[in-house]
Design a protein around this ligand. Sequence first.
Ligand code: UTP
Length: 406
Amino acid sequence: MYGELKEILEAHGQLHVLKWWNELDEAGRARLARQIGRIDWNLLSRAKEYSAKKRGTIAPIDGLDLEEIAARREEFFATGRGALRAGKVACVLLAGGQGTRLGSDAPKGTYDIGVTKPLYIFEQLIRNLQRAVSLCGAYVPLYVMTSEENDGATRAFFKEHSFFGYPQEEVSFFRQEMAPAVDFNGKLLMSAKDSLALSPNGNGGWYASLVRAGLADEAARRGVEWYNVFAVDNVLQRMADPVFVGATIASGRATGAKFVRKAYPEERVGVLCLEDGLPSVIEYYELNESMANARDGAGRLVYACGMTLNYLFRADVLREIASARLPVHVARKKVPCIDEMGVLTEPAAENGCKFETLILDMIRCAGSCLPFEVEREREFAPIKNRTGADSVDTARALLEKNGVQL
Ligand code: UTP
């Protein structure tokens, strides 16, 4: 085993990973070998390709605003409800993230946001889903993506709380892959003598992981034609929303994205637009000043489709783009790792890079997207931080505004 590993690591300039091999017991060696065997060596080179790539020509994208949606609400509702009742829509809850900004080691969905009684993030999401179920009169399959770090705790939590009243047979869990972190010289970091410093590989791998778990085939057998994919942290999230489903089907586009209108030009939110004619989400810092401030005849911001991370994807398109290589994003982070002496240290400053692919890049690969506006106050309460903007505090206030008793 040692010889094989040495050969692989030498080829990639990472031989230091075997520094403590002689000290490791059988289990430690097996663990390290397994992790090395699973490394996607292309990640690094793809990350370089992406950072060298320039943005194309940016233009505004046509979408449905609140007024247009209200005018066609009944038609969209009927189409969407029909699809949901026929079992053509499945939900995918992205819960593999680390939630580092929230600062809790437990899965983010298990976080209690209640005041007078417990209210867990997962619980609130299931309540929101139940509302769609009662509107449509049919249960929706729910696929929950976890990571190696939080899979056990997430499953146990759902079980302990009897799936918050959702039928257990409609819920499946699947694990995303992990990716290694490197230092600023590109050397793999280690979290122990027998372990690489690994972290979830981003939410862009959700479909590949669903396929790997055999669940995409299962969904196809069940007749699922659309996936509604959403983040764990927006507690006002409306998933399996018949109006959104109906509007996206009626548009003939391959994907749909719920957006909130950007409140002011400098707002730090990813914006959906066209890039070289294809739908694309660009970061707030990638919009130049004149674009960020551009307004239409009615005085509204032109680049205003702020992403809420609630997407619809047509299943046939996902199958087509499954092999597309998504760009790899590099994030500088504080990565706990062992030092030269093998002692675990918590870095005070950023000491390495993590690699992620992102779901928003799948929109571009899919080729077409319907931007669908939602009311911020009714559908967008993300919990990213413990306090301040997009925090437990702001989410609580918004939940209360929407009649949720805390
Ligand atoms: P974020 O980008 O907010 O990341 O995820 P995060 O890991 O939850 O939080 P921070 O940045 O560490 O504070 C947006 C959504 O994508 C999911 C998250 O669980 C959340 O629903 N996600 C993110 C994954 O499922 N896997 C990942 O690897 C990353």
